[in-house]
Design a protein around this ligand. Structure first.
Ligand SMILES: NC(=O)c1ccc[n+]([C@@H]2O[C@H](COP(=O)([O-])OP(=O)(O)OC[C@H]3O[C@@H](n4cnc5c(N)ncnc54)[C@H](OP(=O)(O)O)[C@@H]3O)[C@@H](O)[C@H]2O)c1
Length: 251
């Protein structure tokens, strides 16, 4: 990952170290260091997902900038009031300026348009929480898309670091996964940059989730499949909902 937005010079030191010690090891150390300090997070979309994650991240010390089509609306003003730690709301196009971590929480149909409107997203982590969903005869329809949404976003923004996450849990659970009984709720994630996955994992575990790191870009679509399992079950078993509680073991 590039670290051009670093405020404290740490990234520059890490890059020098990377040259000496090998890029992968140094890049991982950089990500781990970054997880120890408060992040600035732009949240695009102020609906169920954006509002719940915005409030919990702010409550643990991160700074949230909401990107909304109507930042001056009463609804968004109320959300800003409910979000601690100096949260603000601006237009979607403005929200990601100078911010490394961007949560995409808009309708999937608008995803590519939303990403294009953010401008230059080089070096930014784009957390894609979106699911492509359409229903026919009461059943979820498999999207006719061999690539998948996250991979499409990555192709549209090749210099950003797309991480699929939060698409396979309910927005209400995001505000307090601890309240779901039967073990921690697992968030499967995937993305081409290990450093980006480290930072997203830290943001995820910090609010009470477990993370299942499925791997690189090849796993983006797998995580989208998991999202469809979660949505399909929840849709056909209402009011029951599904949450994942994965565990690993060694043979
Ligand atoms: N709801 C869940 O439990 C859940 C869980 C996991 C993943 N997801 C996925 O996460 C995404 C967001 O879900 P959600 O439930 O938060 O949806 P939502 O409540 O409808 O919120 C989406 C937000 O995106 C913005 N938006 C709406 N239409 C837009 C457009 N055409 N272009 C740009 N922005 C637009 C709006 O915010 P502004 O009015 O402020 O612009 C809106 O509040 C979806 O892709 C969904 O599949 C949902």
């Amino acid at each position: 990952m590039t670290d051009d937005n670093s405020a404290d010079g740490f990234s520059r030191r890490a890059l020098i170290g990377a040259a000496a010690m090998g890029t992968f090891i140094a890049a991982t150390a950089t990500a781990q260091e970054k997880t120890k300090r408060p992040e600035k997070i732009a949240i695009i979309g102020t609906g169920n997902v954006g509002s719940n994650l915005g409030k919990v991240w702010a409550a643990i010390g991160h700074t949230v900038v909401y990107g909304s089509r109507n930042p001056e609306s009463d609804k968004v003003k109320e959300l800003v009031k409910e979000t601690s730690n100096g949260a603000t709301a601006v237009s979607q196009a403005e929200a990601a300026k100078g911010i490394e971590i961007v949560l995409l929480a808009a309708p999937s149909q608008a995803a590519l348009e939303v990403v294009a409107a953010l401008g230059d997203v080089s070096g930014k982590i784009l957390i894609d929480a979106m699911n492509v969903m359409s229903f026919k005869d009461g059943k979820l329809v498999e999207p006719d898309d061999p690539l998948g949404l996250a991979a499409r976003i990555q192709a549209a923004a090749p210099n950003a670091y797309v991480v699929k996450a939060f698409n396979a849990t309910n927005a209400l659970v995001m505000s307090g996964p601890q309240k779901i009984t039967g073990g921690p709720v697992t968030i499967p994630i995937a993305g081409g940059s290990p450093e980006a996955r480290t930072r997203v994992s830290a943001l995820t575990t910090a609010i009470g989730f477990d993370v299942l790191d499925m791997g690189g870009t090849e796993a983006l679509k797998l995580v989208e499949h998991l999202g469809r399992i979660y949505v399909a079950y929840s849709f056909t078993h209402r009011p029951q909902r599904l949450e994942f509680n994965f565990r690993t073991w060694s043979a």
